[in-house]
Design a protein around this ligand. Structure first.
Ligand code: ADP
Length: 713
């Protein structure tokens, strides 16, 4: 199996390949053309050879035919015993047209025409055609042997004619018995029948035979077919005293390309060769395309493999690493060759020695179990070792390697380096701890702030009552005590004994506020630490108001404001809500304090300095009770709705910006919301909220139900 080695394809340049193909095709074309040309030339020469052979054959036959009657004529001339008769001679040699016996001066003594052909000199007399025979006889006389004349044309009746040849035989003087016995025997032979006879031979069937004169003119022709004029054969027929020229003309024309078998075969093979070359080219092109696609695919896979951050490792059944991708090699810091060359009996170099036995057992177990029925996507954690000895956690997903024939060949594993994840988890845990510590610190801070804010009022009240007590117990100049009677005249300082009855209410208030401060601390703690109010109680609305009135009144007195509380008529159903008494009281206190502070400004006339609390059943939902705190002060600061969402928002120089925030938190925990809006009619502000009505235990006895004004400047 290839590992991280690079697969190199050898790309042949397209131009070179094209040139090779052109050269191959040109070679093929030249070879094929040569083959065709050579085949045609061979066919030509074979046909020519055949024509020459035919000419030789025909000439031989013609010569034999011309010479054949000679012995019998000689026998007849010398009067040999057994010489054929003239009639027999004409019958045997049908080409013989006439026999002439001539005197020594060559004058005709006797003639005999053949009954087997037309009389040769019927149109032109012998005298007119005697030139050739004279020459032949002269030659015969000179050589003292028979001689043939040159051929000549003798017209026949009907416009035709025939080519004739004379054979002149001298009759030896010793043989002539009488003085006037003829000295010459002349035989006239027609050439056409001889030619026909020769042409009738089967071997010459496809050829036209012609006898040609010295000037090239055709003297006679024979043969069933006309010659094509392509393959001509010429042969000279030498006769004693004369010669003839025989020409053969084959009926076969030039070999055409297709009809000829050889040529057809050659062409067929050539076409086949071209087709094979074409197929080869197509195959090569496809092969090249497939190789290119394969190379691209390989490069793509290589790139994918190299960019993988998951380590891939294949092992055979003995646990030997057969493949490791780049990510795995990077992870363990060992190259693929070293991993693959580890001997089968040695543990892989990335196994920490202390775990080697355990991993070996795990491997043996896996091998024993074989291929699992169902593939499992569950991985398992393990520890590997880098080349420098560093141990690191890994997540391994194993899958069986099964080849195409279904054989289990080993295991393929995806290995994830978990070190970074472990580090991130540790970091996150530490961050979580820091956050929790921070949150606890913030809660402590918030509690401290709220406590300092909320304890202000009871502490101020305690201080105020305490200073009242001190005033009572300490002698005051010019103060008249009702229990001490009239003070002595002229005395600046009068010491009057204070009764317990006088001190009791103030001390009770101090105790009440101190106890209240304790409750505030507990409530704030439960609000901040547990983010939920203490156990809810059923609270009468009138009592809630009553509880905060002393403190509100104290503050109202300082700024010269009046307080008005509007509650339903006593005859109506008493109003009860459910909640944390202390925290709801803090809400009332904070809203009242804000209202009074808004009116404590020189620009606010005294008639506007009225703090109103309106408590009634919610008109829209009778199951809720709406509370509204209305003042005639400066009104809400501009952009109040947006600003109040910010923490610690305040417009006061000594403000902490905690009051409204506490109110909101408390009310949200009671399932309500605080709304701040301009008072109607203005100027001033109104803060309102609603609380769920609770079934009250009894009537609200002792609380004023009709609107009343409490506190005055
Ligand atoms: P603090 O009283 O410390 O400023 P609060 O949260 O109680 O903090 O109030 C935030 C701000 O809301 C105040 O500074 C003031 O500007 C505005 N505000 C609250 N109540 C009233 C009111 N009744 N009339 C006008 N402005 C008010």
């Amino acid at each position: 199996m290839p590992s991280t080695t690079t697969a190199t394809a050898v790309p042949s340049s397209p131009r070179r390949r094209f040139a090779l193909w052109v050269a191959l095709l040109a070679l093929l074309a030249v070879a094929q053309s040569l083959l065709v040309v050579l085949t045609l030339s061979y066919e030509n020469s074979r046909a020519q050879q055949e024509a020459d052979d035919v000419a030789t054959d025909a000439a031989t036959r013609l010569r034999q035919s011309l010479l054949r009657p000679l012995p019998q004529l000689q026998a007849m001339a010398v009067g040999l015993e057994g010489a054929p008769s003239v009639a027999d001679l004409f019958q045997t040699h049908r080409a013989l047209r006439r026999l002439e016996w001539r005197a020594g001066d060559r004058t005709l003594r006797q003639i005999q025409d053949s009954p087997w052909g037309p009389p040769p000199f019927a149109v032109l007399g012998r005298d007119q055609l005697a030139l050739a025979v004279d020459d032949a006889c002269s030659a015969a006389q000179r050589d003292e042997s028979p001689a043939y004349s040159r051929s000549y044309y003798a017209p026949l009746p009907g416009g035709t004619g025939q080519e004739l040849l004379d054979l002149c035989l001298p009759i030896p003087a010793g043989i002539r018995s009488q003085g006037d016995a003829p000295s010459w025997l002349v035989a006239t032979i027609a050439l056409a029948p001889l030619l026909e006879q020769a042409a009738a031979e089967p071997a010459l069937a496809r050829h036209e035979l012609q006898l040609v004169g010295g000037d090239g003119a055709r003297l006679a022709r024979a043969g069933s077919r006309r010659g094509a004029g392509t393959y001509l054969g010429e042969q000279r027929i030498d006769l004693p005293g004369s010669a003839l020229l025989l020409r053969t003309n084959s009926a076969a024309g030039r070999p055409s390309l297709i009809p000829h078998l050889n040529t057809a075969l050659v062409i067929g093979l050539s076409l086949l060769l071209f087709a094979v070359a074409g197929l080869l080219a197509r195959d090569t092109r496809r092969r090249a395309a497939a190789e290119r696609a394969l190379a691209d695919e390989l490069a793509f896979r290589q790139a994918m493999e190299s960019s993988l951050i998951t380590g891939l490792r294949a092992r055979d059944l003995d646990g030997r690493v057969t493949y490791a991708n780049a990510a795995f090699c990077r992870m363990v810091g060992i190259d693929a060759e070293s991993l693959q060359s580890t001997p089968a009996d040695a543990p892989p170099p990335y196994w920490p020695p202390e775990h080697a036995a355990e991993y070996q057992a795990r491997q043996a177990e896996r091998r024993r179990a074989g291929v699992p029925r169902e593939s499992s996507a569950l991985g398992f954690e393990s520890v590997f070792m880098r080349a420098d000895g560093e141990r690191f956690p890994v997540m391994i997903y194993d899958a069986p390697l099964v080849d195409g024939s279904g054989h289990h060949r080993g295991w393929m594993s995806a290995v994830l380096d978990m070190s970074a994840q472990r580090r991130a988890e540790e970091l996150s845990r530490q961050q979580q701890e820091r956050l929790q510590a921070g949150a606890r610190l913030a809660a402590v801070g918030e509690m401290a702030s709220l406590l300092s804010h909320e304890l202000n009022q009871p502490l101020a009240a305690i201080a105020s009552y305490a200073s009242g007590c001190l005033n009572l117990v300490e002698p005051q100049p010019g103060i008249d005590r009702p229990s001490a009677g009239p003070s002595p005249a002229g005395s600046a300082t009068v010491t009057v004994p204070v009764s317990a009855a006088q001190l009791r209410p103030a001390l009770e208030r101090i105790a009440e506020q101190a106890e209240r401060a304790g409750r505030v601390i507990r409530s704030v703690h439960s609000l901040v630490a547990r983010r939920r109010p203490a156990e809810p109680q059923t609270l009468a609305c009138a009592q809630l108001v009553e509880a905060v009135l002393p403190l509100v009144r104290m503050q109202a007195r300082k700024c010269g404001a009046r307080i008005e509380i509007a509650l339903p008529e006593p005859s109506q159903r008493p109003l009860h809500v459910s909640g944390d008494r202390t925290m709801l009281e803090q809400v009332l206190l904070n809203l009242s304090r804000n209202a009074l502070q808004a009116m404590d400004d020189p620009s606010v006339p005294s008639e506007r300095r009225v703090l109103r609390w309106r408590i009634d059943t919610d008109a829209a939902n009778p199951e809720r009770i709406e509370w509204a705190c209305i003042d005639g002060g400066l009104g809400l600061p501009p952009d109040f709705d947006r600003q109040r969402a910010q923490a610690f928002f305040t417009t006061k120089p000594e403000g902490m910006g905690l009051g409204l925030s506490l109110c909101r938190t408390v009310l949200e925990q009671h399932g309500s919301q605080l709304h701040g809006e301009p008072a109607v009619p203005g100027p001033g502000a109104m803060f309102r909220f609603s609380l769920a009505r609770a079934p009250g235990p009894g009537s609200e006895a002792g609380v004023a139900a009709s609107p009343r004004t409490i506190g005055s400047p």
